[in-house]
Every structure is written in C-alpha cells, then in structure tokens.
Design a protein around this ligand. Structure first.
Ligand code: NAD
Ligand code: UDP
Ligand code: UDP
Length: 364
C-alpha cells in the first residue's frame, strides 16, 4: 500500500492547500530513528505534544530508555528496539532519521596516554575499530533502509547530517554551498564520510525515485539528556566542573565551535520537515566560542574556582566552526533563540540531577 504524503497533516490537504475553518488538524504518524537519544527524545516530546503518533526506532547503542520513559502508556507512543541496519516495515507519513552512533569518544581517545598493558590496548583497539565500522555501516546501510522504507510508503524523509561534512573548513563561516575539507582516511572520517555518503544517498533517492527528502546539517548541540561521558566538550566541561575535576582543554584551546541549545535545533528540524525546501540547511547557533572561552562560561555558571588542564589534541580536529544560517532564516523563517549563557544553566540542572541524584551536590 502506498500512502499519500499529506504535508499539512490536515484532512483537507487536497483542497488547494487551504484548511477550512473548524477543521481539526489530523495527527501524523511519524517514525523517529534514534528517538531514544539526546536530540531524538526532545524531538519526540515536541511531536507528541503537537498531537502526532510517534514510533521510536532505536537499538539503544548510545540512547537510553529513560529519555522517553515519560511517554510509556501513551497510546500515541511506541518504542521499537531495532537496528536500522536491518530492514524495517512500517506505515507512516514522515521519517526523521537520526539513528547514528554520534559519540566521538572513539576518535577522541588517546590510547598512548592511557594504555595499561598490551592486552588492554589490543582490546581497546578492537573496540574502536568495531565502533568505527558500526558508524559507517549505520550511516550507509541504515540510511539506505530508511530511504527504501520512505520510497515504498511515500513518506517524507529527513536526514540529520552534520557540520562535520565541512571537515576542517577553509571557508568561514560555513555556507551550505561549501563542499568541505575532509580527510577521507583520517580518524574522524568514519563519521564525516559516513554522513557525506548518507547525504549522497538521500539526494539519489530524491532525484532517482522521487522520494520527498530534507537534509539538516546540525552544528554542535547541547542540552539536558546529553550523554554524560561521551567525550563531547560541553558535556565533559559541565560534568568535570560539577565533579570538582579540572576542565580538560585539548590543544591550545583556541579552536572554535558554535553551540546550539537543543530546543532551537528541534524547532529547526520540524520547520524543515514541514517546509517546502530540500536543503541542505545549516542548523546551528552562530555564536562562536574558543574552547577556552567555553571553559570560562562553564566556570562562571558552575564553579569560578574550577581549574583548567591542557591535554594534547586529537588528530584532524577542525580549527574553526560557525554556521552561516542565512538560508534557514530566509527559507524556513528559523533562527536560534537561546544563547549559551541561557542554555547552559538548564543543562547544568539536568546534569546535577543525573550525577548526584538526591545526594547533596558538592558543587553548590
Ligand atoms: P545520540 O547518540 O544521543 O542519539 C543517537 C541515537 O541513535 C541513540 O539513541 C542510539 O542508540 C541510536 N542508534 C545508533 N545506532 C543505531 C542503529 N544502528 N539503529 C537504531 N538506532 C541507533 O546522538 P544525538 O546527539 O542525539 O544525535 C542525533 C543525530 O544528530 C545523529 O544522527 C547525529 O549524527 C546528528 N548530529 C548531532 C549533533 C550534536 O551536536 N548532538 C551534531 C551534528 C549532528
Ligand atoms: N527497505 C526497508 N523497508 C521497506 C522498504 C525497503 O527496510 O519498507 C530496505 C530494503 O531492505 C533495502 C533498502 O531499504 O535494503 C533499499 O530499498 P529499495 O527498494 O530502494 O532497494 P532494493 O530493495 O530494490 O534494492
Ligand atoms: N575538546 C576539549 N576538551 C574536551 C573535549 C573536547 O577541548 O574535553 C575540544 C575538541 O578538541 C574540539 C572541541 O572541543 O576542538 C569540540 O569537541 P566535540 O567533541 O564536542 O565536538 P566536535 O569536535 O565533533 O565538533
């Protein structure tokens, strides 16, 4: 059965795009792959609140049931433990494809510094290789399967790509027309090239099979429910400051990133899905910070006495990153609203709760 995609979600979608007054919006059926993860779970909250029926497909590799548990028992919510590398048969209107082991721990890990014995080193090496293979296979085979699903049922498909497709960019800020500067054989390439291939597949299914697609290039995002120990800089600094550990700045700390609060991203993803433009669209906050500046903001927010410890940087670390969001502003009417100094405290309360639970927090 081929369902007809109804972008407005209103029963009257075939009436010249106009919704007669008094007609109620019909909830959509939506799949969110990776919906038990950090970004996915916030997206699910918004979709459920809007009145849609949501099916989360997740293998819990980096995600967690706790992130969506508050929807258990809601008849409009379903959770399926499934690896998107395997085919999936469902009938829905929209597919938000987020599933991807996004944690950078494997390539941020510096074995030379931490090796205890040869056998532990070997074990770590094997785990890292397996994780890299999982990332590339999920990005390629998983995306292919979800595109195949979208093609069969006539659903609209949204890919969450990444600013990493720009690699170590030679253009600043990055515009969507920039093709990037990626090392295809580097330690990060399983992620960068995996997402680039996912974008290619998405456009091929759009051009070749007429699948309605959307591509978001997401810049560094932070907020509640972020994995505490996955090695990303905001989660590292916040957890370190709360635990009274030094903030680990890699390299000289002069490299820059632009940090977006998760609710802004979710708003951008939903506008992209509902809008008429394929993309790619940069979704990020143009507020740019060096890692030393970020450490300072974390100190101001959590603990002014937190120490900073410099550590060697990892290979191929991009020097600068900042989105040009002109296209998203013009075509999606979207721009981020939450600056770092407003968003960080909301993430800190969530981390406090998860790290210390009910115990007294030594950082307060
Ligand atoms: P996350 O790790 O919290 O979420 C990813 C989810 O996908 C997890 O729940 C994980 O269990 C699930 N998953 C992984 N492999 C799977 C598989 N094979 N089958 C089914 N489920 C699988 O990461 P996130 O930060 O929420 O990222 C969501 C998406 O946004 C990812 O595609 C990521 O590449 C992209 N993105 C995120 C950021 C960011 O800063 N958070 C930046 C750029 C792009
Ligand atoms: N696929 C899926 N669910 C569907 C339809 C397809 O998981 O409902 C998978 C299918 O297993 C295949 C991939 O999507 O591996 C691509 O499907 P497509 O029909 O485009 O290619 P084909 O199966 O013809 O090679
Ligand atoms: N970084 C850091 N300390 C940390 C973790 C990361 O200084 O504890 C740096 C890292 O070298 C990079 C930046 O912070 O320059 C962003 O790293 P993250 O892994 O969060 O995101 P990505 O590199 O994927 O943009």
């Amino acid at each position: 059965r081929r369902s007809v995609y109804n972008p407005t979600g209103f029963e009257s979608f075939n009436m010249g795009g106009k919704i007669p007054l008094g007609l109620k919006r019909k909830g959509l059926r939506i799949v969110v792959t990776g919906g038990a993860g950090f970004v996915g779970s916030h997206l699910v909250d918004r979709l459920i609140a809007r009145g849609d029926s949501v099916i989360v497909v997740d293998n819990f590799f980096t995600g967690n049931k706790d992130n969506v548990m508050h929807h258990f028992g809601n008849p409009r919510f379903e959770l399926i433990r499934h690896d998107v590398v395997e085919p999936l048969l469902l009938e829905v209107d929209q597919i938000y494809h987020l599933a991807c082991p996004a944690s950078p721990v494997h390539y941020k890990y510096n074995p030379v510094k931490t090796i205890i014995s040869f056998f532990i080193a070997l074990l770590i090496f094997i785990i890292i290789i397996m994780m890299m293979m999982m990332i590339i296979i999920t990005n390629v085979v998983g995306t292919l399967n979800m595109l195949g699903l979208a093609k069969r049922i006539g659903a609209r498909f949204l890919l969450t790509s990444t600013s990493e497709v720009y690699g170590d960019p030679l253009q600043h800020p990055q515009v969507e027309t920039y093709w990037g500067n990626v090392n295809p054989i580097g330690v990060r390439s399983c992620y960068d090239e995996g997402k680039r291939t996912a974008e290619t597949l998405t456009m091929d299914y759009h051009r070749g099979a007429g699948v309605e697609v959307r591509i978001a290039r997401i810049f560094n995002t932070y907020g509640p429910r972020m994995c505490i120990d996955d090695g990303r800089v905001v989660s590292n600094f916040v957890a370190q400051a709360l635990r009274k550990e030094p903030l680990t700045v890699y390299g000289d700390g002069k490299q820059t990133r632009s940090f977006q609060y998760v609710s802004d991203l979710v708003e951008g993803l939903m506008r992209l899905m509902e809008g008429e433009h394929v993309g790619p669209f940069n979704l990020g906050n143009p507020g740019e910070f060096t890692m030393l500046e970020l450490a300072q903001v974390v100190q101001e927010t959590i603990d002014p006495n937190a120490k900073i410890e410099f550590k060697p940087n990892t290979e191929d670390d991009p020097h600068k990153r900042k989105p040009d969001i002109t296209k998203a502003k013009e075509l999606l009417g979207w721009k981020p609203k939450v600056p770092l100094r407003k968003g960080l405290p909301m993430m800190v309360s969530d981390f406090r709760q998860r790290i210390f639970g009910d115990q007294k927090n030594p950082a307060t």
